[in-house]
Design a protein around this ligand. Structure first.
Ligand code: RTP
Ligand code: MG
Length: 141
């Protein structure tokens, strides 16, 4: 198994529900370690930049509005097979389709307010981690 890092965001809906700890607990039980973390209320420019890959999609404006609607909790996670492992913990984008026991099945209300973000590939993870954290802020464990 390859040691990987992935970028995780607990979105404004889940922060508002006060379930940061419950979500962190799932990371820990799956063997994912937090190597950097910060809470932040994203600016519109930061959210647009982060989701730039989706800027032509019909849901882009709603996505950005949602992501700046309240603070988010941002973390870099490290572990074996971290990218896929984290995506498995998250569940499907649409919580109605998410498997029972996944974060989105348990905490998300809709495809727009879907509790968490996770990098979708190793290369994306590198870009997304660097978007929010300086190399010196990452603490290998
Ligand atoms: P994320 O990037 O947030 O981890 O989510 P994802 O990979 O599961 O989904 P992605 O296709 O990357 O879409 C990013 C976010 O945009 C919203 N979305 N809405 N209304 C829609 O059809 C639609 N499709 C996507 C979701 O909030 C999704 O998390
Ligand atoms: Mg995505």
């Amino acid at each position: 198994m390859a040691l990987e890092r992935t970028l995780s965001i607990i979105k404004p809906d889940a922060v508002a529900k006060n379930v940061i700890g419950e979500i962190y607990s799932r990371f820990e039980k799956a063997g994912l370690k937090v190597v950097a973390a910060k809470m932040k209320h994203l600016s519109r420019r930061e959210a647009e930049g982060f989701y730039a890959v989706h800027r032509e999609r019909p849901f882009f404006a709603a996505l950005v509005d949602f992501m700046i609607s309240g603070p988010v909790m941002i973390q870099a996670l490290e572990g074996d097979n971290a990218v896929l492992k984290h995506r498995d913990l998250m569940g499907a984008t649409d919580p109605k389709k998410a498997a029972p026991g996944t974060i989105r099945a348990d905490f998300a209300d809709s495809i727009d307010a879907n509790a968490v973000h996770g990098s979708d590939a190793i290369e994306t993870a590198k870009v997304e981690i660097a978007y929010f954290f300086a190399e010196t802020e990452l603490c290998p464990r």
